[in-house]
Design a protein around this ligand. Sequence first.
Ligand code: SF4
Length: 308
Amino acid sequence: MSDIESKASELIQDRKVMERLLTAEKKRRGAGTGLTFVGVHNVAQHWWCTQQAVLKSRANELMFFAVYLQDRIGYAHRLGLIDKLPRRGEALLDIGREITLADVEMLRRQTPKKPADVEVYYSAFDTVDKGGKPVRYIHPDQPKEMKRDFEREAAARNVRIGDVEEHPLMRGMFFHSSRAEWHPTVRWNFPWRTYTVVGEPDGLTEEFVYEYKSTRNRYLMNFVKPVAIAQADLYGYFFQRQKKRVQIEIGEESNTDTYEQPVDRARAEETLTAFAGVDRGERPHLPKPWKCRSCDFRVTCSVSQASK
Ligand code: SF4
């Protein structure tokens, strides 16, 4: 990582600076306090629950703004557009405005080959469970000896070993690291109406976008698939690909379904439009109550059906 990229990386860790810059950027755009920086992954959640897609996007906006800024600075440096960072904070907001999708594609083609240490990096993860107690999740694809080492070390610290099925995000991260196909990719942002939409496909080749998801069983797959397809359509729409390749691993069947289809641009616009409508205050379609019961927003959400 270059000196400029390291400095940009440090900068985006400073919450106060990021909040100030986000306010300044919204002021420049005349966006007031409205939601502006969103991620493709969250927008695609419209097909799970649009209300959740919007609430999650609002909660994550600062992170997506930070990512947007980091990419503009980092790519501007790699493209030879800047050789130092400006002293005045607000001047950072101007960096990278001339970067085109063609520039970003050139950087994507420079993506290194699959790193050898991906599986090792995601070998185990320590966190806390819903009750606030420490828990360790171990990658199920680890060799037995390594699993045992992680278990012994956790036991010595009185840390519970969790089942990855109780933490879908963790399962997704583990499986993605070792079971998804590897393709080059790149992260970039795109204007859509008043939003800036940030996205990084799981894979982006010259021909198609690639999206991988995992789920526990075929019943849940019926709800995961529309989100995965929508996410791939959004990537295809923004990165201008004609085809999508979507894979969904179904844990209980030890099976992976693969879908190869044209990118549906109309569907991508439908997703974005529905998301924007709920963000503006339109009443969302209510999801099935079981989704509310496991939702992070079940207590604060105005249309929660968690008690039904
Ligand atoms: S509580 Fe239910 S309606 Fe509200 S965001 Fe969560 S899933 Fe959607």
